[in-house]
Each structure stands twice: as C-alpha cells, then as structure tokens.
Design a protein around this ligand. Structure first.
Ligand code: TGC
Ligand code: FAD
Length: 392
C-alpha cells in the first residue's frame, strides 16, 4: 500500500488566484484522496476493477455535479471549484476523475440543461449523492470522432419510443443505473433519451483487457427493441449541439484533471530524484535530471494559468468551445510528456506499481483520445482561427 506524500507544485503562486472557498474545497478533496483513494488505487488498477464502494464517498465530497444548483441537491459551486475537484481526483487516477466527470458533466448536466422539471427532480438529487450512477452514450462502433453519423435510432410507437442500436466505449456503463443516450428520431434528428437499467432489451456488457483506465469500468450499451417511456425524452434539445454542449463541460474538467496527473508525476519524480543516489550523489544534482524537472514545472505552470483563466471565462459564461479544446489538448499533451520523462527519472522503478507513473501514463492514453481526440481538438482550433472546417 503506497503512502501518499504528494506536495502540490505552485511555482507562480497560482493559489493566490483562488478564493478562500476554492482552497477549502481543494484541501478537503486532497485530504480525502490521500486518506481513502491513494492507498487503494494501485491494487484496483492492477486488478482492473472499479472501486464501487467509493461512489457514496464521491457524492459526499461533492464530486458529482458540483456546479449545478443546490436546489437539486448539487453543490452550487462555481466552475473553478469544479475544475479543482477534477484536478484533485485525477491527481490520484484519471479513471476516478472519469467516473465523476461523466456523472456530473455528461449525465447530470444534460438532465439539468435539457430536461423537464420532473426529470430534474427525479434524477438529480440521487445522482448527486451517488445513490444512482449514470453513463453517457454517444460513441458507436462505427462513429467515434464523427458522432453525427450515428445509426442508433428510435421510432414513435404512440405511448412509447422503440430504441435500437449500440454504443461503445462507455465509461460507467457496466454499473450505471441510467444512461443518457443520443439517438436519431424518424426524421434523423439527434435527441437525448434517459434509458434505465432493467428496461427490457437493454444490456451493458463490460469491455475487458484494457491497458488503460483499468480502475474505471467501460462497456457497451446495447438496445434491442427497448421500450422507452415518452417522459424519458429530454424535451429541450435536438441536434448534435445537445451532446456537444455536454462535452464542453466535460472537456473543461479534463483540462484541469489531466494537469493533476501531470503534477503527481512531477512530484513523484522530484522526490525520487532527491533521494536516489548514483555516482555518490542524488540524481537531482545532475544537469540532465534538473533539465527534465525544470521543463516539467514550466509546462505545469503554464497549464495552471491557462486553466485558471479558462475557469474565469467559464464563470462569466464566455469560454468558447475552441478555448476549451485548446486547454484539454494542451493539458493532456503535457501530462503525457511529463509522465514519460518522470518514468525515465524513476529508472527501472518507474515501471512498477510502487510509483504512480505508469498508471498515469497508460490512463492518459485514453484521456488523449476520449472527449475528442488530440487531432480533433487541433482541428477545432484550426477551424476557429481560419473559419474553415477541415473535418471533411
Ligand atoms: P458541426 O456541424 O460542427 O456542429 C453540429 C452542431 O453542433 C454545434 N456545436 C456545438 N454546440 C455546443 N457545443 C459545442 N462544443 C459544439 N460544437 C458544435 C454546431 O454549432 C452545430 O449546431 P447547429 O445548430 O448548426 O446544428 O458538427 P460536425 O458533425 O462537423 O462535428 C464537429 C466535431 C468533429 C468537432 C464534433 O463532432 C466532435 O467534437 N467530435 C468529437 C467527438 C467526441 O468528442 N466524442 C466524445 C464522446 S463522450 C466521451 O468521450 C466521454 S469520455 C468521458 C470520461 O470517461 O471522462
Ligand atoms: P476514430 O474516430 O476512429 O479516430 C481514429 C483516428 O483517426 C484518431 O487518431 C483521430 O484523431 C483520427 N481522425 C478521425 N477523424 C479525423 C479527421 N477528420 N481528421 C483527422 N484525423 C481524424 N464515448 C462516449 O460516448 N461515452 C463515454 O463515456 C466514453 N468513454 C470512453 C472511455 C474510454 C476508456 C475510451 C477509450 C473512449 C471512450 N469514449 C466514450 C469514446 C471516445 O470518445 C472515442 O474513442 C473518441 O471520440 C474517438 O473515437 P474512435 O475511438 O472511434 O476513433
């Protein structure tokens, strides 16, 4: 069992940009992670198992839908608080952050934003505590980067909808109580439906043999003539902008979160370099090791400032999709680079579960692909600056 000796890097005193409330939230989540998650995460990842017992704990610390309104049992916090919580969770493991960001940004957010008042009251309070868990079904086997091509569809059968199709790579699917599913109606319009576990014809087979996000449960959603009650349609949205709007929120959380993984790798590498003796000296005394650490900290610092500024813009409702894309892409890229450099600093020990490095590195290989791949985010930025879409 690993003792968590993490020390947060803050070279530019970014903490001073946070409010007292932000710092309190950060400290309480960090304390929770150190006490409850860090000691167990490596074992769960090695066993490729999601620690389900932590779900009520994540609910209790406010990790599910923290920036949604308190009247639905949610945190009522601002966007920076949301980012900080995702960062502290991903500092432990991207899979834990994944569970929380899917629940908050991809399940609770669309129910809040696009749902009816009855749907909000029925689902949000239970999702906020973790009593119910949700998943988000957008990606299909043949439609990943291009979700608009989806073939999952439903027909209006008078008193219900009949849903057919399949979704793939769905985080939380194997244990989710509900799924927010994006499917085409008879006119080919994309709509959102809330599908509940237990509905006949709805199954969620688990995806096995992952080398990445091993402590997160991933699965398929299969719909074989599922009768979905009409009141389960999200009434206030139609078109691809529905799911893409949710992605803006989740990608924002990942921008903060991936930096958490980067900071954990950096901190572990720094501590290791100061203790590890070679040629009768700590390896931290060699210029090549210092170069690695200095470059890591420089990228982390730039990332911290980018995320903080994006949080301010998001609080003011001014953050654009392209700004969010840039931050998600940047954070994951630097986190992957930092994980690789940190692995080298740890030498052979870096490949073992004694240190968190390889787990972060493998996790980040999913993070760089989901919520829009690295190249899709580059193209979103390219489209924003040229006005020309290069997707097709
Ligand atoms: P395009 O024609 O550009 O847009 C279609 C409509 O959507 C609007 N729109 C947005 N609205 C809100 N937020 C956004 N971010 C939006 N982006 C676009 C757009 O204005 C348009 O509206 P309207 O009214 O004109 O219809 O769409 P496109 O088909 O060309 O695709 C654009 C592209 C490639 C950027 C988009 O499809 C995309 O982002 N692809 C990546 C797919 C993706 O990110 N999938 C993620 C699946 S969920 C996931 O991975 C969860 S992992 C979670 C975890 O475990 O943490
Ligand atoms: P593809 O779209 O087939 O892309 C393959 C390659 O082609 C990529 O490098 C891509 O950048 C490139 N490419 C594609 N189009 C273009 C283009 N126009 N120009 C240049 N290059 C292009 N989805 C959900 O809906 N819900 C979830 O909860 C969820 N969780 C996930 C969890 C995990 C662990 C993983 C791995 C994925 C998850 N996803 C989820 C799916 C994820 O969003 C998709 O994997 C991602 O959008 C990419 O789709 P794809 O895998 O089909 O790759």
């Amino acid at each position: 069992m690993r003792t968590d000796t993490y020390q947060h890097p803050d070279h530019y005193l970014v903490d001073e940009l946070l409010t007292e409330e932000h710092r309190l939230i950060r400290d309480s989540v960090r304390q929770y992670v150190k006490k409850e998650l860090s000691p167990i995460i490596e074992d769960y990842a090695q066993r490729a198992e999601f620690p389900r017992h932590i779900l009520p704990q994540l609910g209790a610390i406010g990790a599910f839908g923290p920036s949604l309104p308190a009247e639905y049992g949610c945190g009522g916090m601002d966007q920076i608080a949301y980012g900080i919580i995702m960062q502290e969770l991903e500092r432990c493991d991207s899979g834990i952050r994944s569970t929380a960001s899917v629940q908050g940004s991809l399940v609770m957010y669309p129910i809040y934003k696009y749902g009816s008042e009855e749907q909000r009251r029925k689902y949000l309070p239970k999702l906020a505590t973790g009593e119910w868990m949700g998943c988000f079904g957008l990606t299909e086997p043949d439609h990943g980067s291009n979700p608009g091509g989806m073939t999952t569809h439903f027909q209006d059968k008078g008193d219900h909808y009949l849903l057919n199709g399949a979704k793939m790579w769905i985080s939380n699917a194997p244990f989710a109580d509900i799924a927010v599913v994006w499917a085409k109606d008879e006119a080919g319009k994309i709509r959102g439906l809330i599908v509940e576990r237990g509905m006949e014809g709805f199954t969620t087979p688990e995806t096995h043999n992952k080398w990445s996000l091993r402590a997160s449960a991933t699965g398929e959603l299969v719909f074989a003539n599922v009768k979905v009650p009409k009141e389960n349609l999200l009434p206030n949205i139609s078109g691809l902008k529905g799911p893409l709007g949710c992605l803006d929120s989740a990608r924002y959380g990942i921008a903060w979160g991936a930096l958490g993984a980067a900071m954990d790798c950096y901190d572990s590498a720094k501590q290791y370099a100061l203790q590890r003796i070679q040629f009768d000296k700590p390896i931290a005394s060699f210029q090549l090791i210092q170069k690695k650490l200095a470059e890591m900290l420089t990228e982390i610092t730039k990332g911290q400032l980018l995320c903080w500024r994006l949080g301010v813009l998001k609080n003011e409702d001014r953050a654009t999709t392209a700004q969010i894309s840039m931050a998600k892409r940047n954070s994951v890229e630097i986190a992957l680079n930092i994980a690789r450099e940190a692995r080298q600093i740890h030498g052979g020990m870096g490949i073992t579960g004694e240190y968190p490095i390889m787990r972060h590195m493998m996790n980040l290989e999913s993070v760089v692909t989901y919520e829009g791949t690295h190249d899709i985010h580059l193209l979103i930025t390219g489209m924003d600056l040229t006005g020309i879409s290069a997707f097709r």
